[in-house]
Design a protein around this ligand. Structure first.
Ligand code: ATP
Ligand code: MG
Ligand code: MG
Ligand code: MG
Length: 547
């Protein structure tokens, strides 16, 4: 609930008092919110939708973004990266130099100025950074260079959804590296991978590093950092024997993958032979039996090996039984040999009881890594980071050249490395929450303390106020920092229950609760949002406890 009115004018405005904070909380999630992170970030007053796939960050959301960015910047600087800020409006002329003005396709947001000159809103910055660096470097002494930025990116996603997970405007950290030799570029790749691992660890995320497809960025060595969670839109395949881990986008080029763990409910139907209007044995070619006793809408995407695993057909069916309909539609639509992947968002629509009905074939979809024939399993993942070795793909087209020690002209060896900073807000929320709300790890929490009163008794309120003054009016740096890291709920016109619910919803790691005990025993309670532990602390000791 949002309230600008409060009797507690005695709190200095410089403190983070909720009465004037602009953190409007909602009892119910918006109707279009499907995944828990979208629901909670909206309900807790972190974000608000502007238009499809475009969000405003409210003060709490903006601070969370800042805290996540701080961790990212810290680790980037630790490996010698410097921060830049490149334009978001990039000219067609620039993008034609690499051929991507045409190649990038419908995801590129294009616009014209009043003179009719075309621009795009940057979806990524390889062209812009290469252009900048090419003009400034000439000698091997100018390299290596590691330049990153944290800022908005624009992609006209086919299906913007799940809140910040897949936006059309989103925040990305992108790093571009320029090395003299391939060997140095590989070392850079390793250094950045190490930094990524520290970043995700610091955020309390369990991640997996997968072999990845390079997509529209190009290059031939690439890994993704994926957070395993049911809301993730990617499908990861794993071999439990040899440890092979890959995004299905990449893995499909090699082994055939058909096996799923029932718990994941990712539905992959293998088509083992050619299925088309000319074939008469469609049904037997579907090797997975998936029985769905209710009507659901299924988006079926056919992926073809020959076409480099691009979506060639995207069809929706309403079905009682996926097995039958997939077979029928394969026949009708003349699907070719390949995999039919039933959109993983299906898993979010199905009641968990249906999971038991899923049956997967044994012995098919084997790993074809050397000496390994184990059945592959799949799980859902959310891509939070991506590392690419680019080689000289962009340095050649953008002429990023330097003279080596022998005076010979050489192309710089490049890498590019992305982290979805706004997507991380979703990823962390997906992993760190409970039925009451968000539970931020201390490392990225917008605030570390949340002070609230469980009573509207004026003596209790006075007691809370006095404690706040004792805590924050000390002008030492430590106390100044503490004040700037504390939210104070001064909305005394609300019920204590509503204030407490909001505290849990917003997810601050430590909540200091004042109540009748504060008067009787001179104590407050400290609730740890993450461990659930509640401990009592004497008011005169609050100072020492919160440090
Ligand atoms: P995806 O496969 O999810 O579409 P991508 O492979 O196209 O992502 P990259 O070009 O690798 O994305 O961009 C680097 C990072 O930016 C990704 O790892 C992801 O975390 C983030 N990202 C990409 N697209 C979006 C988006 N539409 N909304 C939010 N974050 C995104
Ligand atoms: Mg994409
Ligand atoms: Mg991807
Ligand atoms: Mg990617």
């Amino acid at each position: 609930m949002l309230c600008f009115r409060s009797f507690s004018s005695a709190f200095p405005r410089s403190w983070n008092i909720l009465s004037s904070y602009f953190a409007p909380t909602l009892r119910d999630a918006p109707a279009d919110a499907v995944v828990v992170s979208h629901k909670l970030l909206t309900r807790a007053g972190y974000v608000r939708p502007s238009s499809s796939g475009i969000f405003s960050f409210l003060p709490l959301g903006n601070r969370l973004l800042r805290r996540i960015s701080d961790v990212v910047e810290d680790e980037m600087e630790r490996i010698g990266c410097r921060q830049v800020s490149l334009p978001l409006l990039l000219s067609e002329e620039l993008w034609r130099k690499t051929g991507r003005w045409q190649e990038y396709g419908d995801e590129l947001m294009r616009l014209k100025d009043r003179k009719g000159v075309s621009y795009c809103l940057a979806p990524t910055h390889e062209e812009a950074i290469s252009d900048l660096v090419a003009a400034e470097i000439s000698s091997h002494r100018n390299l290596p260079l590691r330049l990153f930025q944290i800022g908005r990116k624009y992609r006209d996603e086919l299906r913007p959804r799940f809140g910040l997970m897949r936006g059309r405007e989103f925040v990305m950290k992108d790093l571009y590296t320029f090395d003299k030799t391939k060997q140095e570029a590989f070392q850079t790749y390793e250094d950045v991978s190490g930094a990524y691992e520290r970043i995700f660890n610091r955020m309390g995320l369990q991640w997996v590093r997968c072999v990845a497809d390079s997509g529209a960025i190009g290059g031939n060595l690439s890994h993704e950092y994926q957070v395993r969670c049911p809301a993730g839109e990617d499908t990861l395949v794993f071999c439990k024997k040899c440890g092979y881990q890959a995004n299905i986008e990449k893995a499909v080029a090699g082994p055939k993958i058909v096996s799923c763990e029932p718990a994941d409910l990712v539905s992959i139907l293998q088509v083992s032979g050619s299925v088309g209007s000319s074939s008469s044995s469609e049904v037997s070619m579907i090797q997975c039996k998936i029985v769905v006793p209710h009507q659901v809408t299924v988006n079926c995407v056919q992926m073809s090996h020959a076409l480099g695993f691009k979506d060639v057909r995207n069809t929706s069916f309403t079905v009682d039984n996926i097995e039958q309909v997939a077979a029928t539609d394969l026949k009708n639509e003349a699907f070719k040999d390949g995999l039919v992947v039933v959109d993983t968002s299906l898993s979010r629509l199905l009641p968990s009881a249906l999971v038991a009905d899923l049956q997967f074939p044994r012995g098919s979809g084997v790993c074809n890594e050397p000496d390994c024939e184990r059945t592959l399993t799949t799980t859902a993942g959310m891509e939070v980071g991506h590392v690419f070795y680019l080689g000289t793909k962009y340095s050649s087209s953008m002429n990023v050249k330097y003279q080596d020690a022998d005076g010979k002209g050489q192309m710089a060896e490049m890498g590019c490395f992305g982290i979805g900073v706004s997507r991380l807000m979703s990823a962390i929320a997906e992993v760190h929450h409970d039925e009451n709300g968000l539970k931020w790890p201390l490392t990225i929490a917008p605030y570390c303390l949340h002070i609230v009163s469980m009573s509207n008794n004026s003596s209790v309120l006075q007691c809370m106020k006095d404690a706040c003054f004792r805590l924050f009016s000390d002008k030492s740096l430590a106390h100044f920092k503490l004040a700037s890291n504390t939210l104070i709920d001064d909305r005394m016109h609300l019920s204590a229950g509503v204030r407490m619910k909001d505290a849990l919803l917003m997810g601050t790691p430590y909540i200091i609760v004042f109540g009748n005990k504060s008067l009787e025993k001179n104590e407050a309670e400290i609730h740890s949002r993450n461990s659930g532990q509640v401990s009592a602390v004497r008011l005169e000791h609050l100072n020492t406890v919160v440090q």
